[in-house]
Design a protein around this ligand. Structure first.
Ligand SMILES: [Zn+2]
Length: 533
């Protein structure tokens, strides 16, 4: 009787699969920039348990990855995941191979972060998310949209909020010094707040004060903050905006190299496009927007003030994000006037029966802002700067893309195509960087930046975030005229060991985790229960 029971137990053990998922015959890019090696990868309990060579043993699921490349899941260091409660599956990101996204960019974040992170665990999320705490959000909360320096008390309040955000698991602080109310903040204020994040090991991610004419000063300010607050700084979506600044990436990269020689940890991220995307108010002088929409509207009633607002916009249209041509601004989101979607400011001005002059464009922008504003795509970046920045070893790939769903608005194509575009267009076709380097910029480099020691590399004991793509086919398909298209060639996306893209088809598996600095929690549907480090 006893012998029989032991026998049955032994048979049971020998029939049990050794692995949850076995990926066979792939070209394994480990994420560290080393040459690919051919072999298998085995996953069990949401982690890589064996990497390389021929792996024997039973597995619940097997993927034949012959002819495919295996890379660690992509980590998007600048992601507009604000709509994640609306689109918890995060399909537009996951379909391009993103397994981890960092939210709270450009100075905007949830507040308080702790409660928000807890709320994400209720529905489950389609990818791993972490957050930065946003300076603009904190300043607005304490001071409102005012153009002045904080009192000592206000500064203390802001510092406390940053400190609580860090305790709640933020990975650092972000600023949007081009946006309100960040534009009203002094460098000293940003240093004083960044130090609080630095004390908890956080990073500082800077949407620079200027990316056009004032770009070099903007870079210098971010480097100064790195030095004074003694922390890692990421110049996010690094670029040179507007024709007068084209070519100046040579100078900004030299500044980064100089700072790094000094021992400062200055890094960059970048999206692989020659157009930016943001609210139309970016071309309106910041002083005109102080106090919010009613105050702006009041100023526009005053003829003298309206003239000087118009002059400020004209200056920006010529020298900065307008690109000196109304055809360079294209509407991407305008809820109250959907027939503008996809059209350029040039088309819209003509549609109103006017000449497409810069002056008429400026007047139209005032009118649009007086309604409920709009988001635009700005075709004002030079391809040589894109290539130059991409080739820098400390540049990471990040989308700056907003979670979206099919046929909603007219998004920047980066929302669907960033990572496949770098792999297919920039690495394979243009050979701007190698495939191994492209993968490093999407995986181990951002993981290291965030201090994630258990992701971003294909190695034993790491979380099993994995992208399997066809290196011959991989390419973005989303374009400026027809953005709602998923990429080609991303065959499988595996998040914490769970398949989320299966032979190119999306599966709503919600296996993402909420990542908190220094500790991680996970109560989502499909991944493991406790993941404390
Ligand atoms: Zn930004």
């Amino acid at each position: 009787m006893r012998l029989g029971a032991i026998l049955i137990f032994l048979i049971f053990i020998s029939c049990r699969p050794t692995y949850d998922l076995l990926v066979k015959n792939g070209q394994i890019y480990d994420g560290l920039g080393r040459p690919a090696v051919r072999g298998d990868v085995a996953i069990k309990n949401h982690h890589f348990v064996k990497v390389g060579g021929v792996i024997k043993g039973k597995s619940k699921q097997v993927i034949d990855a012959s002819g495919m490349a295996l890379a660690p899941g992509f980590i998007d260091l600048h992601a507009h995941i604000e709509p994640i409660s609306l689109y918890p599956d995060a399909k537009s990101h996951v379909m391009q191979g993103v397994t981890t996204a960092l939210g709270g960019p450009d100075g905007g974040s949830p507040l308080p972060i702790g409660a928000y992170l807890d709320s994400l665990l209720v529905t489950g999320i389609g990818l791993n998310v972490g957050y930065l705490i946003g300076h603009n959000t904190v300043r607005n909360h304490v001071m409102g949209l005012v153009n002045r320096q904080p009192t000592d008390q206000e500064m203390e309040k802001m510092q406390r909020l940053i400190s609580v955000g860090m305790q709640d698991g933020a990975f650092g602080i972000s600023t949007g010094l081009k946006y309100l109310p960040g534009a009203f903040a002094s460098t000293e204020e940003v240093i004083g707040l960044s130090k609080i994040a630095a004390a908890e090991g956080g990073i500082y991610t800077s949407h620079l004060r200027e990316e056009g004419l004032g770009l070099l000063d903007g870079v210098a300010e971010a480097i100064l903050i790195a030095r004074e607050a003694d922390m890692t700084v990421v110049l996010t979506h690094h670029k040179a905006i507007g024709q007068p600044m084209w070519g100046s990436s040579v100078k900004t990269l030299a500044m980064v190299d100089e700072a790094r020689k000094e021992g400062l940890d200055v890094r960059m991220d970048q999206y692989p496009y020659t157009a930016s995307h943001t609210g139309i108010s970016i071309v309106i002088p910041a002083w005109a927007l102080e106090g919010g929409i009613q105050a702006f509207s009041d100023r526009c009633q005053d003829k003298l003030l309206r003239d000087s607002i118009r002059s400020g916009i004209i200056y920006n249209l010529i020298n900065d994000r307008g690109g000196n041509d109304l055809r360079r601004m294209q509407f991407s989101k305008i809820d109250w006037k959907p027939d503008f979607l996809g059209k350029t400011l040039h088309d819209v001005v003509i549609g109103e029966g006017k000449e497409p002059t810069i002056e008429n464009g400026a007047e139209m922008i005032i009118e649009i802002q007086l309604h409920r504003g709009a988001n635009c795509i700005y075709h004002v970046i030079d391809s040589a700067d894109v290539a130059n920045i991409m080739q820098h070893p400390m540049t990471m790939i990040a989308s700056d893309g907003r979670l979206t769903q099919m046929n909603e608005g007219h998004p920047h194509p980066r929302a669907y195509g960033t990572f496949p575009r770098v792999l297919g267009h920039y690495a394979r076709d243009l050979k701007i960087i190698t495939l191994t380097e492209a993968i490093r910029k999407m995986t181990s480099l951002p993981a290291e930046t965030l201090g994630l020691t258990d992701r971003g590399i294909i190695a034993e004991k790491m979380w099993a975030d994995l992208v399997i793509f066809d290196p011959v086919k991989v390419i973005d398909r989303s374009t400026f005229t027809d953005p709602h298209q998923f990429p080609d060639g991303i065959e499988y996306v595996i998040i914490n060991g769970v398949i989320s893209v299966d032979q190119g088809d999306f599966r709503d598996s919600r296996s993402g985790q909420v990542l908190r600095k220094a500790k991680q929690t996970n109560r989502t549907k499909n991944a493991s229960k406790s993941v404390k480090k």
